[in-house]
Design a protein around this ligand. Structure first.
Ligand code: UD1
Length: 427
């Protein structure tokens, strides 16, 4: 029950170090359950999604030890439970990766349909199709997914849509399946490559991750390993957009700039001044942003996760910008809230038409999902006056110490603890 109070009108200045990738980490932790001995994962972000997953792993029988900041060791030997509890699963969507990992490890899994951000309909038909092709018997009833398989066998699976989640779940279930699995039309996100590297370091044979054909040659066993999570490209993109939006000067450190090619190209089109190094990106102001059109696509396209966070910058740009959301049809929950801050945005189907050039003013607003929350924080940093953002538990799911990182760059953000629920949601 917390809120942020954000003083606007700042130009962010300074530097920020990027944490490990949330979307990688939430796949790596369930994958660790498949190892025959202990697994250490470093550079995990300190966010509530990871705390929830660690709790889930312990509930299932794994021992999880914290070694220091960002480092966990998982002892998966005594896994005894294959039913994940709803009170934990509902907190994060990625809990569905337990389907693939428990099926592979124990030959069975019962996982409630997952929670997470509300981005419109989020079917899991491609997960089910892939797991069924590998030999699992699947039942979806009363909000629970039940999987069973005496033996998993490699298969050729063509995904009807490019999906990160289904690609990962199929990879998890296939690494110990008998024979060869081919995933065609696979997602190519860097987090999938990170997972493949992790699985291969445990003895798996995954080839082609990062392309749209992934081949998996089943192995009998997986061993323990140590792994370092890749930097969070979405967190990095969020700070880059916050810096450009506030016409600030910020050095974003410990990133893989290649993972942000589409974002860097768009920002240059918008007139932001950027310098790119080997593992850093420096934003050197964006005093006169220009309007542009953006279409979100699976990687390497412009990421849907940065569609909301780029809007405040486009609202500042004089002229019309059109943002088209091609990945999640319901992902415009932030628009009504940003409009309350003075933005002029019209929704037409999958597109948001932004008439830019007017200034943002402070307002009490509510974060409806993780990236919408980040977008509202950027809008509040730009706006005149003090804004109050509620619903920040969504933001804490995916951003490590966001207010500290922004305050170190000159933002004035306070976390307010509310004494009751009514106070927390009231504007
Ligand atoms: C992951 C990311 C999320 C990101 C998204 C797209 C994690 C934990 N989350 O989510 O941050 O926004 O990728 O880059 O990594 N679909 C189906 N059937 C399925 C599965 C998906 O139709 O069985 C559709 C979805 O509704 C959506 C599209 O495929 O329209 C892409 O979804 P997907 O890539 O699976 O997203 P997530 O893995 O949930």
């Amino acid at each position: 029950m917390e809120k942020f109070s954000i003083k606007g009108g700042v130009n962010l200045k300074g530097e920020v170090v990027i944490s490990g990738s949330k979307n990688s980490s939430v796949a790596l932790l369930p994958a660790a359950l498949m190892a025959g001995s202990r697994v250490t994962i470093e550079n995990l972000p300190d966010i509530s999604d990871i705390q929830t997953l660690a709790e889930l792993l312990m509930y299932l029988g794994a021992r999880v030890e914290k070694n220091g900041p960002g480092s966990l060791t998982i002892y998966p030997h005594n896994l005894f439970q294959w039913q994940a509890p709803y009170y934990l699963v509902k907190k994060l969507r990625a809990s569905y990766y337990l389907l693939g990992s428990l099926l592979s490890r124990l030959g069975k899994a019962v996982v409630p349909l997952p929670g997470g951000c509300i981005l419109g309909p989020r079917p899991i038909d491609q997960h089910i199709k892939g797991l069924t092709a590998l030999g699992a018997r699947v039942k979806v009833k009363d909000g629970m997914v039940t999987l069973k398989a005496e033996e998993l066998k490699g298969a050729e699976i063509y995904l009807d849509v490019v999906t990160v989640g289904a690609t990962i779940n199929i990879m998890l279930a296939a690494v110990k399946a008998k024979g060869k699995t081919i995933i065609e039309n696979a997602a190519k996100e860097p987090e999938i490559v990170d997972l493949a590297n992790f699985l291969n370091s445990m003895g798996a044979e995954v080839v082609g991750a990062g392309t749209d054909v992934i081949k998996i040659y089943g192995v009998k066993e997986l061993t323990g390993t140590s792994h370092m999570v890749i930097p969070d490209r979405i967190e990095a993109g969020t700070y880059i957009l916050a810096a450009a939006g506030t016409n600030g000067e910020v050095l974003v450190r410990e990133v893989i700039p290649k993972h942000l090619d589409a974002v860097i190209a768009k920002l240059r089109e918008v007139n932001a001044n950027l310098e790119v190094g080997e593992d850093w990106i420096r934003v050197k102001g964006c005093p006169h942003p220009q309007p542009t059109n953006i279409k979100t696509y699976p990687y390497p396209g412009f990421p849907t996760d940065l569609q909301a966070p780029i809007m405040p910058l486009l609202i500042k740009a004089r002229g019309t910008s059109i943002v088209t959301e091609n990945v999640f049809e319901g992902r415009f929950k932030h628009v009504d809230e940003i409009k309350r801050m003075g933005a002029n945005i019209m929704l037409e189907g999958r597109s948001a038409i932004i008439e830019g050039g007017n200034s943002l003013t402070s307002a009490p607003v509510k974060a409806m999902d993780l990236r919408a929350g980040a977008a509202l924080m950027i809008a509040a940093l730009i706006a005149d006056g003090e804004s109050i953002i509620s619903g920040i538990d969504h933001i804490d799911r995916g951003y490590e110490n966001i207010e500290e990182k922004l305050n170190q760059m000159g933002a004035g953000i306070k976390r307010i603890t509310c004494s009751n629920e009514q106070e927390a949601v009231s504007r």
